[in-house]
Design a protein around this ligand. Sequence first.
Ligand SMILES: [Zn+2]
Length: 223
Amino acid sequence: MRVKQIGNGGAFDFESVNSSFLIEEGSEYILFDCGYSVYAELRKLNDYHDEIDIKMLRNVYISHMDDDHVGSLKTLIFYMYFMHNIKLNILSFNEVADELNLYLKDMKKYIDLHKLSNGIIYNGLKLDSIKTSHHVECYGLIVSDNKNSIIISGDTKALVNFPEIVSRYENKIIFHDFSEWDNEDQQVHACRTDVDRYYSEELQENIIWYHNNKDFNKKWRTI
Ligand SMILES: [Zn+2]
C-alpha cells in the first residue's frame, strides 16, 4: 500500500488544503475525506503535476460531516461520473453513513453508498474504525492488508484508548489530528496537554501529526 497526504489544513484555513489522504492499493485509490478545498487540489495534482492518476479514484471514505471534510464531495462525485464515467463508492461508518445517505439523497444514481461495519473486508483490505471524540460523530479509519496498516485518527481529541488500539497493528503508519491551540476545554482536536497525558513519548515519536496548517511531507509513503 501507499499513502499520500493531500492537505493539512483545518476548518478556517484558506491557504492550505483541508486535511485529506489518498491511499493506493493495486490499481485503486481510497480518498480519506473530501473537504471544500480537496477537489481543486486533486485536480491540480492530476492535471498540472502528474502526481496522481485521478482515474484510479474509486472510493471516498468520509470520517464526519464537517464542511472541511465533506465540502467538495458532491463536485468530486459529478466530476468522476460525467468526465470519467466512474461511479464512486462512498464509504463511512454508523451515524455518518446515515447522515451521508440524507446529504447525498439526490445523487444516488451517481454513487454507491456503503455503510461499513468494523473489520469488514473491502476489496481485499480490512477496514476498521476508530470512534473519536469530536464535536460531532466522527470515525477514524484503519486500512490493513495482510501485514501492514495505515491508521488515520480523524478529527479527535487525544483518546485514552488510542495507544491500545494502535498496539494491535504491527507494521503501521499513524497519522493523528493535532492543534497547536492548547485549550482542552474549548478544543475539539488533540492538543499538547491531552496528548502528553494519554500518549507515551515513544508513541508520539511514531505519529505523523496533521490538521495543523503546517508544512507537510507531500510524497507517497510506501508500507
Ligand atoms: Zn471536524
